[in-house]
Write a new protein. Structure first.
Length: 145
């Protein structure tokens, strides 16, 4: 049995404490740990088609996160993260598998940090263009379906 509870909600369904904890976790990983100064709060979290997916430990603290955006003809997975103490336990894979199930047969895209492109390939994603730099980190566009 997994020690993680995985939930999926729209922005409007998030309670304020959960939203705060999710945004704090995103800032800790992307802004502080990866030293990327970028506008994490980009407005897309509020869109009606966006789904916030997170995993929490029994205390309720979120330790993993991703979001699924509605980009019209396709879905977009982004902001995939796991808190450092929980890494290496399969949590990111569980979140991505759950996102792929949520998306279903619809095409989906993501911009993988390039060193993780092979990992995303395990979920059916393939390279969809040339590598590019985003906030100084090499990324690979990928597509599924």
């Amino acid at each position: 049995m997994s020690p993680y509870d995985v939930r999926v909600e729209t922005f409007d369904a998030l309670d304020p404490r959960t939203a705060y904890a999710l945004w704090r976790l995103r800032a800790e990983v992307f802004v502080v740990e990866q030293q990327c100064l970028y506008p994490d709060l980009d407005g897309r979290d509020l869109e009606p088609g966006t789904r916030h997916m997170w995993a929490s430990v029994p205390s309720g603290e979120p330790v993993g996160y991703l979001r699924v955006l509605d980009d019209g003809a396709e879905a977009r997975i982004g902001r995939v993260l796991v808190a450092p103490p929980e890494r290496g336990r399969g949590l990111a894979g569980r979140l991505v598998r759950t996102a792929v199930e949520l998306i279903g047969p619809r095409a989906s895209v993501l911009d993988a940090q390039s060193h993780l492109a092979g990992w995303y390939a395990r979920f059916g994603y393939t390279r969809a263009g040339g590598d590019f730099l985003e906030d100084g980190i090499p990324h690979t566009p990928m597509r599924r379906g």
